[in-house]
Design a protein around this ligand. Structure first.
Ligand SMILES: *Cc1c(COP(=O)(O)O)cnc(C)c1O
Length: 290
């Protein structure tokens, strides 16, 4: 039985004003439209379905917030337990509200995301399955976004720009494009300069889990990692809201920040993955909104 909440099939929206501003053809893959408000739902549907198939009694993950919100919701849907390990202060509190609302259990540990991940991996025993993006089923589910982009655009974009946290989503898009076409667009995963304490809480990850695979994707696609500061992220976030009507969380504007840095040539077609909804992080918004 598939554990689903209706994830995927999200809109690909043209961005006419941002396209004009930057002289490139910009499309926004709006992943905030997923059931718990981020792309994590695509992979969590598959991971929790497989966990249940294998007889799991629960799932566990380390999270900066969105994986937690998604794991807890899909676990509740499947009727199994969810344990969420968070590093002190690194997760947006509103995302933990989402966890509590669907009955997930939160365990807080001192340190960074990497410490939380080590603890989650240690606790993933006795029928409790780890559902971080190191779980291959997550990547399999997330690759469907690349299938949708190809369908919705009718062709391969020149550039894919997206936020870079652990790198799981970069890996998933690459897998999806390669499976369908044998080719890749130029990838520009975009990270926050202040990785440990950026305003973009969804990419507060100092040691990306998928570093090696991300590097392979960059080499093969001719792309590069873009590093932007918080002012650039906030400027991009504000542009998405005020010029295109899209309210995302700060991390999700990273692709636009990369375009503002000039990663695309005039006239190129760029898909920016807008990874999560703005209501995910109202504390940040309180500070950022004019
Ligand atoms: C998880 C997440 C990211 C980072 O994705 P990775 O696969 O870790 O690189 C970016 N934005 C949002 C909203 C997320 O939830």
């Amino acid at each position: 039985m598939t554990v689903t909440l209706g994830e995927g099939r999200t809109p690909l929206l043209h961005a006419p004003r941002l396209s004009e501003r930057f002289g490139v053809d910009i499309w926004l893959k709006w992943e905030g439209a997923n059931p718990t408000g981020s792309f994590k739902d695509r992979g969590m549907s598959v991971a929790v379905t497989k966990a249940v198939e294998e007889g799991a009694t629960g799932v566990i993950c380390a999270s900066t917030g969105n994986t937690a919100a998604s794991a807890a919701a899909y676990a509740a849907r499947a009727g199994i337990e969810a344990i969420i390990v968070v590093a002190g202060g690194a997760a947006a509190s509103s995302k933990l509200v989402q966890v509590r609302a669907v009955g997930g259990r939160i365990v807080e540990v001192p340190g960074t995301f990497s410490d939380a991940y080590a603890e989650a991996a240690r606790l993933a025993v006795d029928g409790v399955v780890l559902v971080n993006s190191t779980n291959e089923h997550r990547i399999e589910g997330q690759k469907t976004a690349a299938f949708e982009v190809l369908e919705q655009l009718g062709e391969m974009p020149d550039v894919l720009a997206l936020p870079y946290g652990g790198g799981g989503n970069t890996k998933a898009y690459a897998r999806g494009f390669l499976e369908k076409t044998g080719e890749l667009p130029r990838f520009h995963p975009t990270e926050a300069e202040r990785r440990a304490d950026t305003v973009a809480s969804a990419i507060r990850i100092v040691e990306p889990n998928h570093l090696a695979e991300v590097q392979a994707v960059l080499e093969r696609s001719g792309g590069s990692v873009v590093t932007v500061n918080d002012d650039e992220l906030v400027a991009a976030w504000r542009m998405l809201g005020t010029e295109e009507g899209l309210f995302c969380e700060p991390a999700s504007a990273a692709g636009i920040a990369a375009v503002a840095r000039g990663v695309a040539q005039p006239g190129e077609r760029v898909v920016c993955v807008v990874t999560g909804h703005g209501l995910k992080d109202p504390d940040a918004i309180q500070r950022l909104a004019l």
